[in-house]
Design a protein around this ligand. Structure first.
Ligand code: TSB
Ligand code: ZN
Length: 650
């Protein structure tokens, strides 16, 4: 029999008979039993795959990221098998892996109840325990179509009809079969630590014009410990979920009548937002930014000129067409408006850098599937600025923005974040403007600025803006998922498109450079982050209500009112609870509303003309005069903001 050469991960080459299986080779080499799949010349394969040519082989252990992904995919199959054995007539569609888990979409008219979910999980355990072999099979596409048609699986037939390949692969375990590329774990016994999490409706192919399917989410891990830890974090994430807390604390709402992704800020949320806005605008003014206001609409031509029309159209709302043929479009970004302000005057090198800032409201048509509470929306207000500068100012301006970001994160107590250098995908000419020299130059500038500040970063291809590379700051949530908060983007493209100029020292007309930057992001995303970061316990300076004054009985109403008035006039955000309720009840209500201070007023306080403050966490302070309490509040706010903006709490 013909023999072939296989290069192993340690670099050694071994000779095996052609047709030997990957798993057999693993066993003969005494490879760790943790290996569940392999890679032949970089392509993932099952352990059952036969070796048929000279190649390089890599092992995929269960606890590697590729291994976990295969495990999750196999768990999705196990779930589909369990569902179809329990609920005959239910059709399968697709079941991919996602971060931390997997889902599978089923066609079934009724949605799955929690009891049914439990039943499915139990059946999965039985099927796992029987350790069914997972077998790959290849067949001509036409034959597979016939097979699935006979099984009544219309969705699989639809998928098969669109696959270009003439041969497809199926996976069988027991009497169950699914169309799948694989690879999979060798047998169902490998699947041990899993849990079904939830059910949601999802449209076939993600299109709301199609029928609704039932999506079951689950998670699967290499060990019980890893699963337990994940479920613990999931509980913590649920407690902090800004959508839940936003409702409980009365911060924002979404209305189906208004539309998805178009949130409304309720009075308490609006207070937090206005503090955020004042905080960042004051800080920016102190650093030489000039704030402007510009409209949220513009002629389509503006966005054609800027390149948004060519590169960002999928994220834009369609234009409004008027009778006189004028076409207006909701802006997806503020940059072109700021460019117009730059061009409003002839600029000299002495005017640069010109830092134009705006809390700019903009609209993006995000797909409905990615919308989430406040963190991803369709109408948003960005803490935006465009710095127009000389080429030789790029480095110092970028560094200043990076330092501003660090300063702001300190004020909010953000510590769990990382930097991402977002680059283009040079092959994707549709998404990114085509100019190699420009991209290389911009990328080099950003790397230099990162080096000057001493920032470590990861690189991400394909994450750039269409007009240039960017430094994104990625904030992590409890589950370790991260999302962009701040961004610094270097742009040679828009200045070119709009023919921007300044008069240089020698009197020549030259082209400025643009830096786009957002520090506290959109008010929406920042609010979502803050709610989750503080678990709703806003620090004193940001709390929508800072103090709740409460009386023990009706006897103290008059003095209580006086205390309340004093605090209110002093600019504190205070509420008065003089209801005829037990003190313990009132304290509990203040705690549930996560108000930093409850100020208790009983007979003793009336007599001594004092107040007895109690912190949100339960700590009680000694009775003190209102003036002393105000002093306590002021120093707390000063401490929270590193002493610099001590005025803004009071
Ligand atoms: C910084 N033109 C630049 C600007 O000058 C710009 O718009 N950049 S952006 O497209 O990256 O968006 C800026 C920030 O807005 C992002 O970093 C992100 O934090 C936030 N953001 C983007 N899309 C959404 C959305 N759909 N919902 C909430 N916030 C968003
Ligand atoms: Zn911009």
């Amino acid at each position: 029999m013909k023999s072939i050469h296989v290069k192993l991960p340690d670099g050694k080459v071994t000779e095996v008979a052609s047709g030997a299986k990957v798993g057999e080779l693993a066993a003969s080499l005494g490879v760790n039993s943790n290996v569940i799949a392999a890679k032949i010349d970089g392509t993932q394969v099952d352990l059952e795959r036969a070796l048929s040519r000279d190649c390089t082989l890599d092992w995929i252990p269960l606890d590697s990221s590729e291994g976990v992904d295969i495990l999750r995919h196999s768990t999705a199959h196990l779930m589909a098998q369990a569902v179809q054995s329990l609920f005959p007539g239910t059709q399968v569609t697709i079941g991919p892996t996602i971060e931390d888990g997997f889902y599978y979409d089923f066609k079934r008219d009724a949605s799955f109840t929690p009891e049914e979910l439990q039943k499915i999980e139990d059946r999965m355990r039985e099927l796992a325990r029987s350790n069914l072999k997972v077998i790959r099979e290849e067949m001509p596409r036409q034959k597979a179509i016939q097979l699935f048609r006979k099984l009544g699986e219309e969705y699989k037939v639809a998928i098969l009809e669109e696959i270009p390949d003439e041969t497809v692969s199926l996976y069988r375990q027991g009497d169950w079969v699914d169309l799948c590329r694989g690879p999979h774990v060798p047998s169902t016994g490998v699947i041990r630590a899993f849990k079904l999490i939830s059910v949601a409706g999802a449209y076939w192919r993600g299109d709301e014009r199609n029928e609704m399917l039932q999506r079951i989410y689950g998670t699967s891990w290499p060990t019980e410990e890893a699963l337990r830890e994940y479920l613990r974090l999931l509980e913590e994430a649920k407690k902090r979920d800004h959508r839940r807390l936003g409702k409980e604390l009365g911060l924002f709402m979404v209305s189906d009548t208004i539309g998805p992704g178009l949130p409304l800020w309720l009075p308490k949320g609006a207070i937090v937002r206005s503090i955020l806005e004042r905080y960042i605008v004051d800080l920016e003014r102190s650093l030489g930014y000039e704030h402007v206001y510009t409209p949220q609409l513009a002629r389509v031509e503006l966005y054609q000129r800027s390149g948004h029309w060519d590169h960002f159209k999928d994220n834009m709302y369609p234009p409004m067409v008027f009778e006189d043929k004028e076409e207006l479009v909701l802006r997806p970004m503020n940059c072109p408006h700021h460019v117009m302000i730059y061009q409003h005057e002839l600029r000299s090198y002495r005017d640069l850098p010109l830092r134009l800032a705006e809390l700019g409201t903009m609209y993006r048509y995000e797909r409905s599937g990615v919308l989430s509470g406040l963190s991803r929306v369709r109408a948003m207000t960005l803490n935006d600025a465009h710095i127009f500068c000389l080429p030789e100012q790029i480095q110092s301006e970028t560094v200043s923005v990076l330092r501003l970001i660090e300063r702001v994160y300190r004020d909010f107590g953000f510590t769990d974040f990382w930097y991402r250098l977002s680059l283009r995908d040079a092959k994707d000419k549709g998404k990114f403007v085509d100019n190699d020299a420009m991209w290389d130059n911009a990328e080099r500038c950003l790397r230099q600025a990162l080096a000057e500040v001493g920032i470590q970063y990861k690189e991400a291809e394909g994450e750039a803006a269409y007009y240039g590379p960017k430094i994104d700051v990625q904030l992590r949530d409890v589950l370790g998922h991260s999302e962009t908060l701040s961004t610094v983007q270097l742009d040679f493209y828009l200045p070119e498109r709009f023919g921007l100029e300044y008069v240089a020292k020698d009197g020549q007309r030259r082209r400025p450079v643009m830096i786009h930057r957002g520090v506290i992001s959109t008010m929406e995303r920042m609010m979502a982050f803050l709610i989750e970061h503080y678990a709703g316990n806003f620090p004193l300076w940001l709390s929508p209500v800072q103090i709740k004054v409460m009386t023990v009985t009706d006897q103290q109403k008059d003095y209580g009112q006086k205390v309340f008035d004093k605090l209110k006039v002093g600019g504190w955000r205070v509420e008065f609870d003089d209801r005829n309720e037990k003190l313990s009840y009132k304290i509990r209500a203040a705690q549930l509303a996560k108000i930093p201070y409850a100020v208790v007023i009983g007979d003793r306080e009336v007599k001594d003309q004092t107040v007895s403050p109690r912190r949100r966490g339960g700590e009680t302070l000694k009775a003190m005069a209102v003036e002393d309490f105000v002093q306590t509040l002021k120093s707390e706010v000063a401490r929270e903001l590193g002493n610099e903006l001590s005025g803004s709490g009071g």
